[in-house]
Design a protein around this ligand. Structure first.
Ligand code: NI
Length: 176
């Protein structure tokens, strides 16, 4: 197992459309395991392959609470088979946009089809936090960030702050 560096926005690698996985082989299964380890360490409740520089349709999620038993879910080629008309709003964050949050409205319930780590075709029904998390990670596979769901004004404010933070970090690194 290994942890992987997480790409921070704005970055063109977070805006790419990812390619489907042909089949979940050993390399993809290892990627899923490494992504989960990276996500737990961060810590976060979801991570998509483009966030670690891999333009493949792979996501991992675990929306269980701190005191609950872990429930890691690994998905390749996730597809939404059903989305409810009912909407759920949640203050989302993202490991690629550290320290920034915004309310995003998405369908409350979803049914997702995907390949698991054994290349087995699976379906999962999810609601509320898990459903939001899956939809957020799936967005990443099409180059969408949660800030693409909010007003341009708020989005640009967050992205400007991220650019500033990146510059400061680069200066600090150069000074060392
Ligand atoms: Ni994210």
């Amino acid at each position: 197992m290994a942890t992987l560096p997480i790409i921070i926005a704005p970055d063109p690698r977070l805006k790419m459309k990812c390619k489907p996985v042909g089949q979940v082989d050993e390399a993809i299964a290892t990627l899923m395991t490494d992504m989960l380890e990276t996500m737990y360490l961060a810590p976060g409740i979801g991570l998509a392959a483009p966030q670690v520089g891999v333009t493949k349709r792979v996501i991992v999620v675990d929306a269980t609470g701190k005191d609950e038993e872990r429930n890691p879910i690994k998905m390749a080629n996730p597809e939404l088979l059903f989305t409810s008309e009912e909407i759920w709003t949640y203050e989302e964050g993202c490991l690629s946009l550290p320290d920034h949050y915004a309310e995003v409205a998405r369908p409350t319930k979803v049914r997702v089809g995907y390949l698991d780590e054994n290349n087995k075709r699976c379906e999962l029904e999810a609601d509320e936090l898990l459903a939001t998390c899956i939809q957020h990670e799936m967005d990443h596979l099409d180059g969408m960030l949660f800030v693409d769901h909010i007003s341009a004004l708020k989005r640009n404010m967050i992205l400007r702050k991220l650019v500033k933070t990146k510059k400061l970090k680069a200066q600090d690194a150069a000074a060392e």
